[in-house]
Ligand binder design. Structure first.
Ligand SMILES: Nc1nc2c(ncn2[C@@H]2O[C@H](COP(=O)(O)OP(=O)(O)OP(=O)(O)O)[C@@H](O)[C@H]2O)c(=O)[nH]1
Ligand SMILES: [Mg+2]
Length: 252
């Protein structure tokens, strides 16, 4: 994560120029990992370009997209690194993990073996970058809700257990039906900067789970904040410290 500052000139007041106002810019890298066809590229493209494609195009190596979001006077530039899930690309895992503040671990809610694989993705990714904040995301919720209730309950409970062991927020999403897509990145920002998110949690089995309040608050948070503070103490203008530790991040 790096930060810099750009100056914008306020041209309101009938074209009269007023003093330039400072905008902070913070760069945040996010890695997306998980088995082939779980929906990593689809989620990234939906979040950045608001497009969903039903057709599968295998990712060869690493895809990269950027998106800017603004919180108050700060522009957050997300750099999303999406690693192809086929084993042949595992040697590129460092590209998606080193330098990432957040690593999103994705599994397909309709394929339990992809949840089982999370253990190995987590071990390898955190082995390369143990200060990254993990987020556990179950994909294709639109297909999952058509499966039998017993199956839904089993996957929901197992993924909650994984989330606890990983100390990771848990989010079920559907890229196809735009469920919880934006919220994944809101939770990511809230965890990085210790913001209070006003989005309600969803924790009923069968619903698109969104559990983040009690998860992801231990080791990783302090590491990220310490990094930000270290950087901001070097140069106050480049600071992220204008996010008070209990600032409220209001949802869209
Ligand atoms: N129904 C449904 N299909 C989805 C969803 N997300 C992704 N898909 C489909 O799942 C398939 C795989 O999606 P990708 O995003 O390419 O998967 P990936 O994880 O990037 O796969 P690799 O690049 O091989 O690692 C595509 O056909 C997508 O259209 C979803 O939320 N619902
Ligand atoms: Mg892909």
């Amino acid at each position: 994560m790096s930060s810099n500052t750009e100056t914008t000139t306020n041209t309101e007041n009938n074209g009269q120029r007023s003093l330039p106002s400072m905008r902070n810019q913070v760069d945040i890298q996010v890695g997306l990992v998980g088995d082939a066809q779980v929906g990593k590229t689809s989620l990234m493209v939906k979040y950045v370009q608001n497009i969903f494609d039903e057709e599968y195009t295998q990712t060869l190596g690493v895809n990269f997209l950027k998106r800017k979001v603004s919180i108050r006077s700060t522009d957050i530039i997300f750099s999303l690194m999406d690693l192809g899930g086929q084993r042949e690309f595992i040697n590129m895992l460092p590209i998606a993990t080193l330098g990432s503040s957040v690593i999103i671990f994705l599994f397909d809610l309709t394929r339990p073996e992809t949840l089982n694989s999370i253990k190995e993705w987590y071990r390898q990714a955190l082995g390369l970058n143990d200060s990254a904040i993990p987020l556990l995301v179950g994909t294709k919720y639109d297909l999952f809700i058509d499966l039998d209730e017993e199956y839904q309950a089993k996957i929901s409970k197992t993924s909650m257990k994984y989330a606890q062991v990983m100390d990771s927020p848990l989010i079920f999403c559907s890229t196809a039906k735009s469920i919880n897509v934006q919220k994944i990145f809101k939770v990511a920002l809230a965890k990085i900067f210790n913001l209070t998110l006003t989005v309600p949690e969803i924790n009923e089995v069968g619903d698109p789970l969104l559990i983040y309040k009690t998860l992801g608050n231990k080791k990783h948070k302090s590491t990220q904040q310490d990094k930000s503070r270290r950087r901001s103490s070097k140069n106050e203008e480049h600071s992220t410290s204008h996010y008070p530790s209990n600032a409220t991040y209001v949802s869209e």
